[in-house]
Design a protein around this ligand. Structure first.
Ligand code: SF4
Length: 497
């Protein structure tokens, strides 16, 4: 077996996202490439539709599901509104249990702290459970830089790593890949016999990772929920790799955003009921680990040292803006990605950010700046499916509109965009202008139409993927006015009788 495919993958992979140098990121090349990639769309579409179906079926079976969603949203909102208090409580209890707490203001600081812990403990081999926060900080590259081999142990993340790729979904990182790509990557990088059988492929990964777990001296995980009342950290996984990362190595470091705190232990079931159902339709994740401090004298396993790194990285900036605060309620379930028609069409890579899909369109510009990510809030039809499925009731469409408002206020819109909306505003301001525009539009569309539809408008993007229907005449206004005349005639008949 080859020695260290993961190391090479991670080092050469970097993080594969555009560098933020203040310029606006051009999303269109990635979007065009995704739209031209039929297998990608088929893979993403099939998987997300299936996930949405199982999510809906699972919620249908849950008694009082809508009330639990409301409660989950309220608990998260309450925690965010009093975050200083709950963070203090969590820190005090975590330390009392024997854990060490670190605060990081930025992603770079979080990486530096984890690297320092690794160096102080002489770590050489790190096993990582799936964590979006470590994706956000690009921790793998930082650890590799100081000579710590870092291996993803979630199967999807492991495949992403050996295939020199990036995750494209916050729960299902390889949603864009088929088993043939996985087969080629494993054969090439692990030196195992070529097979397209998913069970055999999983076994190959298992054998490889078992050996890595046995030798690992550092475990890194994220945190799903941090309980203020007890100092407990809760980690939810489906493959058992999280438990191996947190029990086998002598040092465990958990990285969490400041928003992961919940007040009481009794609040946890509310979120556990929501998280797995929204992600995969399961009533509960297969492994729900509750970690209460490092290994004690009577424990059979567990790390000798337990650290938690609590990271801000732009979150207090969101917290300070009351109208955007609810974005931090997100429990990273992925349901909004699965339901989103835009995500289904373009997949996750086209968003060019750690967090794709509807939640990414909010989190990325709010964390990293609206200027470089100005296209993201626009990449939505505002259909509202994301709001319908969100287990913590984040009003994603409403926040997208607010971000668009901010874009206009800060002049982050193209001159053409501004001109179009000025023209629309001018037209809607007077009824006669609106009527005139209506007549002109109908006349213009009719010139180009055949059978009530046109596909040859001068603005080509408007009819690129669909034909435009010519509005049927007479217009609603004309019918309404005619109706009023008829009613008036009817009234005068009645009064004459
Ligand atoms: S915004 Fe809501 S639906 Fe989307 S990932 Fe977060 S919790 Fe899930």
């Amino acid at each position: 077996m080859h020695e260290s495919p993961a190391t090479t993958a991670s080092a050469s992979n970097g993080h594969g996202l555009p560098a933020l140098d203040g310029r606006r990121i051009d999303f269109m090349p990635g979007v065009r490439a995704a739209l031209a990639d039929a297998p990608l769309q088929r893979a993403v579409s099939l998987a997300t539709l299936k996930k949405t179906d199982v999510r809906n079926a699972s919620f249908a079976k849950l008694k009082n599901a809508e009330d639990i969603r409301t409660l989950a949203g309220l608990i998260k909102q309450h925690t965010l509104d009093h975050l200083d208090r709950y963070l203090e409580q969590f820190v005090a209890h975590f330390e009392k249990l024997g854990g060490v707490v670190h605060f990081a203001e930025t992603a770079a600081e979080a990486n530096a702290i984890i690297c320092r812990i690794a160096q102080e403990n002489g770590s050489k081999l790190c096993v990582k459970a799936k964590s979006m926060t470590t994706e956000e900080t690009h921790l793998n590259a930082a650890l590799e830089k100081i000579g710590v081999q870092t291996v993803e142990t979630d199967l999807g993340e492991f495949i992403v790593q050996i295939d020199h790729d990036r995750p494209s979904h916050i729960v299902t990182p390889i949603i864009h890949k088929d088993r043939f790509t996985v087969a080629r990557a494993m054969h090439r990088e692990l030196g195992v016999p070529y097979t397209e059988d998913p069970t055999e492929l999983t076994q190959h990964a298992r054998v490889y990772l078992r050996d890595i777990f046995r030798r690992a001296d550092l475990g890194v995980t994220g945190v799903n929920f941090a309980i203020a009342e007890t100092g407990t950290i809760c980690i939810c996984t489906n493959e058992g790799n999280g438990r191996l990362c947190t029990t086998r190595p002598k040092v465990h470091v958990a990285l969490m955003g400041i928003e992961k705190v919940i007040p009481r232990f009794s609040d946890l079931p509310v979120f556990l009921k929501m998280l797995a159902r929204s992600s995969t339709g399961q009533p509960l994740t297969v492994y729900t680990s509750l970690i209460n401090g490092p290994r004690r004298a009577f424990d059979r396993d567990g790390p000798e040292k337990l650290h938690v790194v609590i990271m801000d990285a732009g979150r207090t900036g969101i917290l300070e803006q009351e109208e955007y605060r609810e974005v931090l309620r997100c429990i990273r379930c992925g349901a909004c990605l699965n339901g989103c028609p835009v995500y289904r069409k373009i997949g996750g890579h086209a968003y060019q950010s750690t967090y794709p899909g509807p939640i990414g369109k909010l989190v990325t510009p709010l964390l990293k700046g609206l200027e470089p990510y100005a296209d993201l809030p626009q990449a939505s039809s505002l259909c509202g499916v994301c709001k319908e499925v969100c287990p913590v009731r984040i009003d994603i469409p409403e926040i997208l509109v607010k971000l668009r408002r901010d874009q206009v206020g800060r002049g982050i819109v193209s001159p053409l965009h501004r001109l179009a909306f000025r023209l629309a505003g001018w037209t809607f301001a007077k009824p006669w202008r609106y009527r005139l525009a209506q007549r002109f539009t109908r006349f213009f569309l009719n010139i180009h139409a055949t059978g009530g539809y046109t596909s040859t408008l001068p603005v080509k993007s408007a009819t690129k993927v669909r034909d435009m229907a010519v509005p049927p005449g007479p217009s609603f206004r004309q019918r309404w006015e005619a109706g009023l005349r008829d009613e008036a005639a009817l009234d005068s008949d009645r009064s004459g009788q």
